[in-house]
Design a protein around this ligand. Structure first.
Ligand code: FMN
Length: 183
C-alpha cells in the first residue's frame, strides 16, 4: 500500500453510464487506492497483421499503463447479453505478447452499468471466463453491478444515489484488499 489501478470503460460515447461510473470510482476511491483512467478511444480493432508490424502507440500505452499499475479495473457495458466489443478488444490486445503479458498475474476487478434492470451480470460473467484464459486474477467478491442506471445519475452524469455510492466504496475497499492479498 498505497496501490495504483489502471482503469478503462468499454464505451466510447460521451454520455456513457460506464464512463460516468468510472469517474465516480475515481472520486470515491479509498486513500490507499489511486485509479488512473485509460481512454480506449484510440485503440484500433485487433488485427494480427498490424500487431506483426509492432503495437500501435495507443496499444503500447495501454499495455504499459496496465503493467505499471498494481491492478486493473474494467467497467464494461453489456451488449446482447455479453461483453461490449470495445471492452473485449482492449482485453484481447492486453493479452498479447511480449510475455509476461500485461494481464498475466494482474489483480482485476469488474464493474458495469446498464439502464436495464439486469445490470451487467451476463457481460461480467462472460468477461470472467475470458480473463481466466489470460491468467489475470479476477476478484471473486465483492462483485458490483449497476442496473437502472438512468435513476442513479444526475443530468451531468454524477452518481448521486446514496445506496450505490455506499456499495461502490465497499467494492473499491475490497479491491484494495484483493491487491494486497494476491498482487
Ligand atoms: C448493440 C446493443 C446491445 C445491447 N444489449 C444489452 C443487453 O444485452 N443488456 C443490457 O443490459 N443492455 C443492453 N444494451 C443497452 C446498453 O446497456 C446501454 O446502451 C448502455 O447505456 C451502454 O453503456 P454506456 O451507457 O456506457 O454507453 C445494448 C445496447 C446496444 C447498443
Amino acid at each position: 500500500m498505497p496501490y495504483t489501478v489502471c482503469a478503462f470503460a468499454g464505451s466510447l460515447r460521451s454520455r456513457s453510464y460506464n464512463r460516468a461510473l468510472l469517474r465516480a470510482a475515481v472520486e470515491e476511491s479509498p486513500d490507499d487506492l489511486t485509479i488512473k483512467p485509460f481512454d480506449l478511444r484510440d485503440i484500433p480493432l485487433y488485427n494480427g497483421d498490424v500487431e506483426a508490424e509492432g503495437d500501435p502507440e495507443p496499444v503500447q500505452a495501454l499495455k504499459n499503463s496496465i503493467h505499471e499499475a498494481d491492478g486493473l479495473l474494467i467497467v464494461t457495458p453489456e451488449y446482447n447479453a455479453s461483453i461490449a466489443a470495445v471492452t473485449k478488444n482492449a482485453v484481447d490486445w492486453a493479452s498479447r505478447p511480449p510475455k509476461p503479458t500485461a494481464l498475466d498475474g494482474k489483480p482485476v476487478a469488474l464493474a458495469g452499468a446498464t439502464p436495464s434492470r439486469l445490470s451487467t451480470a451476463r457481460a461480467q460473467a462472460h468477461l470472467r471466463v475470458s480473463l481466466s484464459n489470460t491468467n489475470a486474477l479476477v476478484m471473486p467478491q465483492p462483485q458490483f453491478y449497476v442496473g437502472s442506471a438512468g435513476d442513479l445519475f444526475d443530468d451531468d452524469l454524477n452518481l448521486t444515489d446514496a445506496g450505490t455510492l455506499k456499495v461502490l466504496r465497499r467494492f473499491l475497499a475490497g479491491f484494495a484488499q484483493w491487491i494486497e492479498r494476491v498482487g
